[in-house]
Structure formats: structure tokens, C-alpha cells
Design a protein around this ligand. Structure first.
Ligand SMILES: *Cc1c(COP(=O)(O)O)cnc(C)c1O
Length: 299
């Protein structure tokens, strides 16, 4: 399981290393570094690579020919899966709900797409037992579950964690944040910023997979003003444009734009105390901006 699939997606240390200093909040008394997982690859980079790596290894070990998963038409998880499948020679297949769109970016990547009713989509294990075929390897939605968490834990493998008080990341299924929380030192804390209105899956996974003595080291920091998942409010797009102009860091409107926006607010509101040294995980996801109307972003 620990052995990576070949070829490695990068040579030598991860292209996200070392974390880059961010001077933005120095005058407010907060030192920050950014871990640039977005540097790994525009399509299958970001946290999706880490959540998929053990699944890909397992699929290879089992000799599977097709990778199958669930998600939305613009989901970064399916995009990463379609791209990784194409790069390493697997066929890919996804189950989605809703109406097939007139242009389907996943199909253009070579992924076959099966659209099921909203009711049927709710029960993934039922879909699997109904549709599963020989040679397929099935991956939970968003790369969640134990293998995803173990993969996400390796995000911090080569990072010197000692300087930091907080590790901060965007949260969907919670898989990444939980993986990070298995790696930190006992006095440190992971702040996961939920981008969904409902982060029940993150909470459920936390209690299911994180050892009890570690659970206090992972805190969900919900911000009500961050807007609904998938909705790009003008204030967020303004922040993302300014942020890119100021720091050269590009973000996406679903996860990392909200992440940096929330961190900025929490520092200004002193929810993050002066004297903190934070590591912000840029989890990639820039491909998600494809679904924005043209011209929304200046980068
Ligand atoms: C998928 C994704 C997340 C959410 O990760 P979870 O492990 O589901 O919490 C965060 N950021 C980006 C850019 C993503 O694509």
C-alpha cells in the first residue's frame, strides 16, 4: 500500500515544498506560510492527488481497468480522477445526478458518465451493488473514507511542522483536515473551514476515524458569511481578484478563495490571536473556476 504508483507524478521532493512565507498579515502580528499543493498539477494536483494516491495504488495492485466514483459535473474530485485515469491508463466512470449538460467536461476528458435520479444518487452502496462490473475499482465520493484520510495525512510528510500553532484548510468531506490532524504535534490545532452549509459528513468522519485523544486538535470553523457551496458572490470574487493581485496566489471560488478570505477575516477580527504562526494549505482546485462566467476573474 505504501508503494506509489509509477511513474511518480513529480521527481524529488513534492513541488509544494517548502511552504512559502506570506507577509500579508505580518503587521497584524500573524506569521503565515502557504503549502502550495496547487503547484503539483492543474488537473490532478491539489489535495485530490493525496486523497487518491492510495486508491490508485490499490486499484493497480488489484489489476483494475476502470476507476469509478461519484460527484457533481464540476466536482474537483471527478476532474482529478478523469485526469489521473487518462495520465496513467485507466478508464474512468462517474455516477452523477441531474440533467446531462450540453457540454460535459468530464466526458471530454474521457470519463463515461451515468446520470441517475436524485433519489437513486443518495444511496451510493446501492448504486454500486446494482451497477458494479468486473475489473472496476470503486472510490467513495470526494475520495473520502480511510484510504483517503491516510493519503491526505501524507500531505505533511515532508513539512517541518514545529514552527506552527495552527494548520488551516478548506473543508468539504473533512477527509483532508482529518488526515492533517493525524500528523500534527499535540499542542497544535487544525482548523477546517467548511464550505458546505452542512458539514455532517466531516463531523461523522472525524468521530469515526480520528483517535479520541486527537479529536480536540481538529476544529471546524464555520463562517456563515462565506456563502453557499458553488455560489460565487461578488464580494468573494472581489476578494479573490485582490488577493491574486497582492500575493500572486490564484484561488478557486468554491474552496481556497473562501479559505484565504476567512483567514483574512479571522486575523482582522483577532479570532486568530496575535503571535500565531499559521500554515495555510492551498488545496488546489483551480479547475473549478471553469464553471464561472467568463470575465469573473482577472487572472
Ligand atoms: C475537494 C477539495 C477540498 C475539500 O477536501 P475534503 O477532504 O473533502 O474536505 C478542499 N479544497 C479543494 C481545492 C478541493 O478541491
Amino acid at each position: 500500500m505504501e508503494k506509489l504508483i509509477e511513474p511518480l507524478p513529480w521527481k524529488g521532493p513534492c513541488p509544494c515544498l517548502p511552504p512559502e512565507p506570506l507577509r500579508t498579515w505580518e503587521s497584524l502580528g500573524v506569521a503565515a506560510d502557504v503549502l502550495r499543493l496547487d503547484r503539483i498539477h492543474p488537473d490532478w494536483g491539489g489535495n485530490k492527488w493525496f486523497k487518491l494516491r492510495h486508491h490508485l495504488t490499490e486499484a493497480k495492485r488489484l489489476g483494475a481497468s476502470t476507476l469509478v466514483s461519484f460527484g457533481g459535473i464540476y466536482s474537483n474530485h471527478l476532474w482529478a480522477l478523469a485526469s489521473a485515469g487518462k495520465a496513467w491508463g485507466w478508464q474512468t466512470k462517474a455516477f452523477l445526478t441531474g440533467h446531462p449538460p450540453s457540454t460535459n467536461p468530464l466526458m471530454e476528458k474521457g470519463m463515461s458518465c451515468v446520470f441517475v435520479s436524485r433519489g437513486e444518487f443518495e444511496d451510493h452502496s446501492k448504486i454500486q451493488s446494482k451497477w458494479e462490473q468486473a475489473g472496476e475499482y470503486w472510490i467513495p465520493m470526494g475520495g473520502s473514507g480511510l484510504l483517503g484520510i491516510k493519503g491526505a495525512a501524507t500531505i505533511l510528510n515532508e513539512v517541518d511542522l514545529r514552527p506552527y500553532s495552527h494548520i488551516i484548510c478548506a473543508t468539504g468531506t473533512g477527509t483532508m483536515a482529518i488526515g492533517l490532524a493525524t500528523q500534527i504535534l499535540t499542542h497544535q490545532v487544525v482548523w477546517g473551514l467548511p464550505v458546505l452549509k452542512n458539514w455532517a459528513l466531516a463531523e461523522e468522519q472525524k468521530f469515526r476515524f480520528l483517535p479520541v485523544e486527537r479529536q480536540k486538535n481538529l476544529v471546524w470553523k464555520n463562517r456563515d458569511n462565506m456563502g453557499r457551496y458553488g455560489k460565487a458572490q461578488p464580494a468573494l470574487l472581489d476578494f479573490m481578484n485582490q488577493w491574486q493581485a497582492q500575493t500572486s496566489i490564484e484561488t478557486d471560488f468554491i474552496y481556497t478563495g473562501k479559505l484565504f478570505w476567512a483567514v483574512d477575516q479571522m486575523i482582522k477580527e483577532e479570532e486568530l490571536e496575535k503571535g500565531s504562526k499559521i500554515l495555510v494549505v492551498h488545496s488546489g482546485g483551480l479547475a473549478g473556476n471553469r464553471s464561472l462566467p467568463q470575465g469573473s476573474l482577472r487572472f
